[in-house]
Design a protein around this ligand. Sequence first.
Ligand code: G6P
Length: 609
Amino acid sequence: MCGIVGYVGNRNATPILIESLERLDYRGYDSAGIAVIDGCEVSLYKTAGSVGKLRQMIDLNKNGGCTGIGHTRWATHGKPSRENSHPHMGDKGIIAVVHNGIIENYEELKEELIGRGHVFSSETDTEVIPHLIEENYGGDLERAVALTLERLRGSYAIAVMCKDEPDKLVATTKDMPLVLGIGNGENYLASDVPAMLKFTNKVSYMCDEEIAVITSSSICIKNGSGGSVDKKIETVTWDAKAAEKAGYEHFMLKEIHEQPHAIRETLSGRISELEAEIKLKEIGLTERQINSISRVIITACGTSYYAAVLGRYLIEKIARIPAEAMVSSELRYGELVLDENTLVIAITQSGETADTIAALKEAKSHACHTMAIANVVGSGITRHTNNVLYTRAGLEICVAATKSFTSQIVALHLLALQMGRVRGTITPSQSKQIITQLRKLPGQVMEILEKSRGIEKVAVKYAANEHYFFIGRGINYPIAMEGALKLKEISYIHAEGYPAGELKHGPLALLTAGVPVVAISTYDNTYDKMLSNIKETKARGADVIAIADESDTNIEKYVDDVLRIPDTHEMLKPVLSAIVLQLLAYYTARHLGCEVDRPRNLAKSVTVE
Ligand code: G6P
């Protein structure tokens, strides 16, 4: 969840580290720090608060040295404070360390080290690392790190520097993302690519237990058994501008507006000329395997989980395979009955969510077929399954997911259609009908975006409410949950998503005068039931905002406000409704003056359990 960066070269490291950290602060931002080697001194700057605060503390023009490491923290062990912020150093002040992850056996290591006279200055698990490295250090930093790793249990991405070897960084990882950046006469490391995009687009992803020794002119990597590793260098095609707001007030709004492109990209090259077939070579399942699948489990966290719930409906409806969605933290410890005829699909934007990766590993241990629907190429999850269907939504910075969600739904449609065609549960003409509408989606998203003003008006009208309800049935139920999640994440209004049929079993007790209820009531076989639910809520004095089809001229009679989506195939309506709800949440949060892109207590990538 934290972000780490490193630089070694011939330039002043300090401004480079600060800029890199600023691009990583979506990983966590409760404290920040850097350490730079200046001649034979390690200069340490740390603070509770944002990287912006750290920037203000430092004289960026003063050349403090050309080798450094930095960290932006999201607290796990120890409160956000200067003492607990990274980098951490040992007793002798020669080793500095930044770490992302959790050292599970830190308490026993700390006790042991204190017993040998070490003095600790923080409550973190991390601090045992520099103390151990210092003990193991005999003039060779790489060896000291390797010896230290033998003592660590847990997950980590670590960058280390040593006052006595000032032109070098040593980095290693286990179950945590770590990327090396290759520059010209200088090299970088970071938890994620955007941190270094301004400086280089040549990157290499580190694998578990590798140790990299990085100097300005070389990167030497060894695997866990000490053998040299020849790493592939990849060229990242995102430019640094993509990581900026491109004129929008917030990343969230920019990313909402990028959805036509994200959907088009996700479809690109995957639909055949004949328009009746889907080509997803990457899912790695033969026709025989698709036919032998008897159960599908889709697992994910957060917004991706709501895509999973929707995926469950799509796979059951289109491919007629029993399917269920499971929150990854439940699956990983669930002691489920799984077998080789079960397909487990992990959905994750970042590809780094710890619970989602663990759930996929659990499925593998039961010999299930596994696949991932991921957005970040080369991310952690892609090392645990060869079958990855990428969503191609591009870089998503705002903590609240938007374009990744609708791209996930589109990818799930493609998957369900491919499986349905192979299993013969959907005819070519039914498939063609959906595909034709899928192609029209980007244009229809544009239509919604052009009408955002109307959504903003409704958002402002209800922004003062403390509670909000979202209801839907069938494939609209996950959208109701996602609508509620979006609103609570960024506006801090209490919001609940409910299957509309469950209103009578609890929520009605809370529906008093003026409480807004968003009813996703697009045409499908439950439309009449939704109208009854709307009447029930109106009878209690609630205000109803309907999400309805363009062609529905009936709904106005029953509700207070209507937000419309263009007419499309009923299975694709969730994509359009989700975008309306994203805008509703965005304009509410903006009206309330909330920090839209970085909601309190939340982080973009949850890389710890
Ligand atoms: C965090 C983010 C959410 C995201 C969830 C799952 O909670 O704040 O926006 O939906 O993690 O992330 P993933 O990268 O696995 O989709």
